[in-house]
Write a protein that binds this ligand. Sequence first.
Ligand code: AMP
Ligand code: MG
Length: 419
Amino acid sequence: MRSVLPSASAPARPERAPLKPLDLALAELLALAAPLTPVESISTFDADGRVLAHDLRSGLDVPAHDNSAMDGYAVRCADWLDAATLLQVNQRIPAGSSGHLLAPASAARIFTGAPIPPGADAVVMQEDCDAVEGCVRLRAQPRPGQWIRQRGEDVAAGAVVLQRGTRLSPASLGLAASIGFDKLQVAPRVRVALFSTGDELVMPGDVAPADMKPGAIYNSNRFFLKALLQRLGCIVTDLGIVPDRLDATIAALKGASEQHDLILTSGGVSVGEEDHIKPAVQALGQLNLWHLAMKPGKPFAYGKIGAAHFLGLPGNPVSSFVTFLLLVRPFILKLQGARRVAPESIALPAHFDCAKPDKRREFLRARFDASGGLELFDNQSSGVLTSAVWGDGLVDHPAGQTIAHGDTVRFIPFSALLS
Ligand code: AMP
Ligand code: MG
């Protein structure tokens, strides 16, 4: 019979802490992530992906004048009597110049972007006109306002075009430039120290696949975590692999805490004898070790060492990847003062069944199928990184529920999380 008492050789099973809901963990983390200072002033050219640190208010209307949306003729609609009406072309207005008052029964040759001359109330595109010896004939009656872009139709003077906390995109750089900003005030980049723990880890390139010792695995987390951090604009110090020893873990954490805003680790965050993250962080600062009610994921640590935040991810690659996207990414965005930090999901039909409910909220790797629904990767193990490459995102599957083919599910696309 199996003994119910812990044997002398096996360590006593640690008391099982209640699982922490993901939303609660995220709210607690975000409350701890005070936006970093000081704000930097950088060229608008260099601001893609950075977080705007001030409201950007326009000092002018865009466009600044009513202007032509076409190459053609600026006219006064009332001058058109019928298709035989001849209007004299007595001015020419290329983009970048301005015209003068349109005389009665005349037209101005005008080009796209050029200001509409006073008196004109429509533009007729050149394809709808016949030019005849210094005059023009319009084949159809012009409508007032046609092919005229209104002053201020894009941006009105005084309007805030980009709010503080906006993550700048290529289009937002263009918009900032359109109101005259060559420099922008942005949040500082987050300085992150990254290391992996695990004596089984080997760097690709150091040992050929054929020479890998039994039990050794290549360090995959280091690659995607570094890339994910870089996509968030972080300045990454890659500290490589730290051996599974308490002294080595303490030394790595201590060094990293000095010049960094955040220390991010993967692995060693459970409570086995080879998991040294917990005692090491506790020796230097404070630590909360959470058991998250999510799958993949579960063990996750938040701590503080001096002024540096500490986030410890689980070692299983998919757990590491998913907890980064759902917890670390929002945390980093909040350090940058971003307004929208939490991942956003969309409703889509499930083209799969999930008959087995789980007591943890699951994030299933799924992808779009050709008929506008989602199909599921067949192996949802937290060690199977292929699922994250195959998938287009994560189905947010609530705890205790089943999914039947055709049900509407919430889906978080990777495209929204990987930039
Ligand atoms: P740990 O959280 O350290 O107990 O690790 C859990 C599992 O994830 C183990 O199978 C480890 O070998 C694996 N693992 C930990 N770190 C990495 C890594 N950097 N790359 C790939 N697998 C890892
Ligand atoms: Mg380990």
